[in-house]
Design a protein around this ligand. Structure first.
Ligand SMILES: C[S@@+](CC[C@H](N)C(=O)[O-])C[C@H]1O[C@@H](n2cnc3c(N)ncnc32)[C@H](O)[C@@H]1O
Length: 182
């Protein structure tokens, strides 16, 4: 859920939606952001939970998944919440994303889409292709690649910082939206 952007868009588009986040703060921020009037009848549910375990959703019930995980531990979203994958290094993060991919596959209806936004990361001057490594988790879970969308990034908050590093490397200037199909 993060701050609830996907749920806000769901409400505006008159779609029923279930949002999941491990951080209770994210749940309350999302609920605040959802408090607006619009002429739709959508039912929106928020859930403080772990995306690796969606036991509260039965198999093959969901029409579309839209998820935006942390980029391993590049931005830490909590100070120690158990299950928060933004606290994990790349390999441990990918292990959890395999579980997320399996659960996403289980709850989605056959033929429907799962969209995942993620970016690559740089450590010690080297690029780690986190996006493609995460893509493999979803393919292993049984999904096929419907689309790979490149989202260009402009005027990011961290651009100034990275430009001043002067480390002889190019800025990461894009993120991916993988659209997987069950
Ligand atoms: C990149 S943010 C999402 C931002 C969101 N797209 C928005 O517009 O605000 C990633 C979110 O994943 C959550 N998260 C981390 N580990 C999780 C897990 N195991 N299950 C569910 N959510 C998790 C974090 O608390 C954080 O809110």
């Amino acid at each position: 859920m993060g701050s609830g952007t996907t749920l806000v868009e769901s409400k505006l588009l008159n779609r029923h939606a279930v949002g999941v986040d491990i951080n209770p703060q994210s749940v309350s921020i999302s609920e605040t952001n959802l408090q607006f009037q619009c002429e739709t009848n959508s039912k929106i549910f928020t859930r403080n939970g772990n995306a690796t375990d969606l036991h509260f959703i039965k198999d093959s019930r969901i029409d579309f998944i839209c998820t935006h995980p942390p980029y391993a531990n590049i931005i830490k979203y909590s100070k120690g919440i158990e299950g928060d994958i933004s606290l994990l290094g790349v390999e441990a993060f990918l292990n959890e994303m395999k579980k997320v991919a399996n659960e996403a596959y289980r709850v989605l209806k056959k033929g429907k889409m799962c969209a995942v936004m993620i970016g690559d990361v740089r450590k010690y001057g080297k690029v780690i292709p986190l996006g493609f490594r995460m893509m493999e988790c979803f393919l292993q879970a049984g999904f096929t690649n419907k689309e790979i969308i490149i989202k260009e990034q402009h005027n990011c908050r961290s651009t100034d910082y990275w430009e001043k590093q002067n480390n002889n490397f190019l800025l990461l200037a894009h993120e991916y939206i993988f659209v997987f199909q069950k």
